[in-house]
Design a protein around this ligand. Structure first.
Ligand code: ATP
Length: 258
């Protein structure tokens, strides 16, 4: 189910503004790739280009090639909505539908796809909530509103909602930045389990988190404000945090810059 992503010579623009230049990156299936780097270097921009969310911004565009298991996701024949079903996304702030029940939050995507069978919806809800390590905490209140859960539970609910439609890749944009340390650990444990089934790309400002959860780390930077961000180094996470190839990476991970 999990798939690989390959980026070749990817340049990303907001109108005339060249936000990110020349990204070449390979994301293996069933792995976690962390994007790190100083504010404004383009981490979220690259992440959003991976499921064609970037183009939702008026004037925004992407050049180069992004392939999912060899298929160009920007090919004219490819439907962006289908891409977003295959490559799911979890955002910085948990965004459940607050008045909708916990169960309905999880199966919202399936309902949009026209699934009506109660048994199917119940089964998917349970499987996804178990997958998101939330089942035991909510199984007795599936009909209560999603907005009544704690922040960490809401984020796991959003992860359950994302995995319910069985994507092949999960993109996470600072998924723990609004969470307390205990909820953060719960989500990090979950990421470690999810990589058995999904390919995961996560943006994080927390370098310890990148070191804890990821297999490979991509360090982005920018030469100066107004210049495009670029991928400086991608390497195994162990290498990035112990003996990076690039001096800029070393300065950043050792806290001397950024
Ligand atoms: N909607 C937008 N319209 C125009 N420019 C944008 C937009 N979103 C981001 N940018 C610009 O693109 C560049 C990269 O931004 P991006 O948010 O991808 O960086 P980032 O590394 O994720 O930053 P942070 O760590 O602060 O979230 C920045 O110069 C930013 O101002």
């Amino acid at each position: 189910m999990a798939k690989r992503l390959d980026l070749e010579s990817v340049d990303i623009f907001y109108g005339d503004f060249h936000a990110v230049k020349e990204v070449n990156l390979h994301v293996p299936p069933r792995s976690v790739t962390a994007f790190i780097g100083p504010s404004g270097c383009g981490k979220s921009t690259v992440l959003r280009s991976l499921n064609r969310m970037h183009e939702e911004i008026p004037g925004a565009s992407v050049k180069g090639s992004i392939k999912l298991d060899g298929v160009d996701i920007y090919d004219k024949k490819i439907d962006p909505v289908a891409v977003r079903r295959t490559i799911g996304m979890v955002f910085q702030r948990p965004n459940p539908f607050p008045t909708m029940s916990i169960k309905e939050n999880v199966v919202a995507g399936l309902r949009l796809q026209g699934v009506k069978n109660k048994k199917t919806l119940d089964e998917v809800a349970e499987k996804s909530l178990r997958g998101a390590n939330l089942w035991n905490e909510v199984k007795d209140r599936l009909d209560k509103p999603g907005g009544g859960l704690s922040g960490g539970q809401q984020q796991r609910l959003c992860i359950a909602r994302a995995i319910a439609i069985e994507p092949q890749v999960l993109l996470m944009d600072e998924p723990c930045s609004a969470l307390d340390p205990i909820s953060t650990l719960a989500v990090e444990d979950l990421i470690a389990e999810l990589k058995n089934d999904f390919t995961i790309v996560i943006v994080t400002h927390n370098m310890q988190q990148a070191a804890r959860v990821s297999d490979q780390t991509a360090f982005f930077s920018l030469e100066a404000t107004g210049m495009p961000g670029q991928l400086v180094e991608v390497n195994s996470t162990e290498r990035i945090f112990s003996n990076p190839e690039n001096k800029q990476t070393e300065d950043y991970v050792s806290g001397r810059f950024g």
